[in-house]
Design a protein around this ligand. Structure first.
Ligand code: NAD
Ligand code: IPM
Ligand code: MN
Length: 357
């Protein structure tokens, strides 16, 4: 029986970049024997427009049934005035939480051809290969209580709760150590243990899990220093593990080491091995509808989907190699092109990858 991929294009540039990823999937089907079926469903603003909710029930039901989910991006200024529970971002957070996708893998890998596209010096980024393991269903994003309330003095105050249980820390730490075992066997856990009790517990649990992985060299770093080290000397890192919000911020920063945020894919996995795949960037309202967005992060997310959810490592390698080849040919979307140099469109980039497959 052929396997099912659910496509969730979402908003802004989401549909444009997912369309290019679909071309890649179709080419793998017709030319390389990939046996999958795709179906599409609305999420985010598109979910709100179609069904009055950023995560329509039918969309979630299809996602649960699928072998893997490929998401574009959600959000846009036209939705920012909606009540918080109806905003596009809630759809994304909702599907992550409902499916238990607690482990978010965000690889920051520099394609050698893009060393000049990075805003950092070539020698700083050349050979870069970091894996950021971000906890995705806990922490301050989901902690209760949360809200905006009126105080006795008449002022309002906003509040959120940063909370992690031992079991939440332990399972993401295990994913990080397992990941490190398959790579360079170095793990850096990023926290704020000099200030936060949550981080104190985080560090303690990570240390404890580390006893099961004597071959992995474990270190700890405060998040402010980690942000600085990422731009000072990023190649010191192999695998990094951190909380939901720190991982969100550090992965955007790490993306620029690779040339553009348009290059970073991700995999979000649950305990049953189900996965959702998406670029780490957003819906880019500033460039949406112009056909200039970089589709490579989404195409590389297809590669992660093939590897982690479908067991198709050879096809994943093929996609990664095709991306390398188009970059070697000199093709650059606007985000990667040098100032004044010609750039290709979203569609031209997708077509070139398909041709190189
Ligand atoms: P963003 O990532 O959408 O854009 C930041 C900058 O990067 C913009 O200048 C944009 O043009 C550029 N960029 C992003 N992806 C690109 C690509 N593929 N090719 C070329 N350039 C690209 O972040 P933002 O502007 O802070 O957020 C915009 C909206 O997206 C918000 O509604 C936000 O909530 C949402 N968002 C969604 C996701 C997601 O769906 N996973 C992630 C981040 C932000
Ligand atoms: C991401 C995004 C999301 C996050 C938002 C849109 C909810 O920034 O996937 O990185 O913060 O997780
Ligand atoms: Mn983000």
């Amino acid at each position: 029986m052929s396997r099912k991929i659910l496509l969730l294009p979402g908003d802004g540039i989401g549909p444009e970049i997912v369309a290019e990823a679909v071309k890649v999937i179709e080419a793998l089907k017709t030319r390389h024997g990939l046996d999958v079926e795709t179906e599409e469903a609305p999420i985010g603003g598109a979910g709100y427009d179609a069904a009055g909710h950023p995560l329509p029930e039918a969309t979630l039901a299809k996602a649960r049934e699928a072998d893997a989910v490929l998401l574009g991006a959600v959000g846009g200024p036209q939705y920012d005035k909606l009540p918080r529970e109806l905003r596009p971002e809630r759809g994304l957070l909702g599907i992550r939480k409902s499916m238990g996708l607690f482990a978010n893998l965000r690889p920051a890998l520099l394609y050698p051809e893009l060393a000049e596209a990075s805003t950092l010096k070539r020698e700083v980024v050349e050979g870069l290969d970091i894996m950021i393991v971000r906890e995705l269903t806990g922490g301050i994003y989901f902690g209760e209580p949360r809200g905006i309330r009126e105080r006795e003095d008449g002022q309002r105050e906003g509040f959120n709760t940063l909370v992690y249980s031992e079991s939440e820390i332990e399972r993401i730490a295990r994913v990080a150590f397992d990941t490190a075992m398959k790579r360079g066997k170095r793990l850096c856990s990023v926290d704020k243990a000099n200030v936060l009790e949550v981080s104190e517990l985080w560090r303690e649990v990570v240390e404890r899990v580390g006893l099961d992985y004597p071959e992995v060299e474990l270190s700890h770093m405060y998040v402010d220093n980690a942000a600085m080290q990422l731009v000072r000397a990023p190649k010191q890192f192999d695998v990094m593990v951190t909380t939901n919000m720190f991982g969100d911020i550090l992965s955007d920063a790490a993306s620029m080491l690779t040339g553009s945020i348009g290059m970073l894919p991700s995999a979000s996995l649950n305990a049953d091995g189900q996965g959702m795949y998406e670029p780490i960037h957003g819906s880019a309202p500033d460039i949406a509808g112009r056909g200039v967005a970089n589709p490579l992060a989404t195409i590389l997310s297809v590669s992660m989907l093939l590897r982690h959810s479908l067991g198709e490592a050879a096809l994943a390698d093929r996609v990664d190699a095709a991306v390398g080849q188009v970059l070697k040919q000199g093709l650059r979307t606007a985000d990667l092109a040098a100032a004044g140099a010609p750039a290709v469109s979203t569609r031209e980039m997708g077509d070139a990858v398909v041709a190189a497959l």
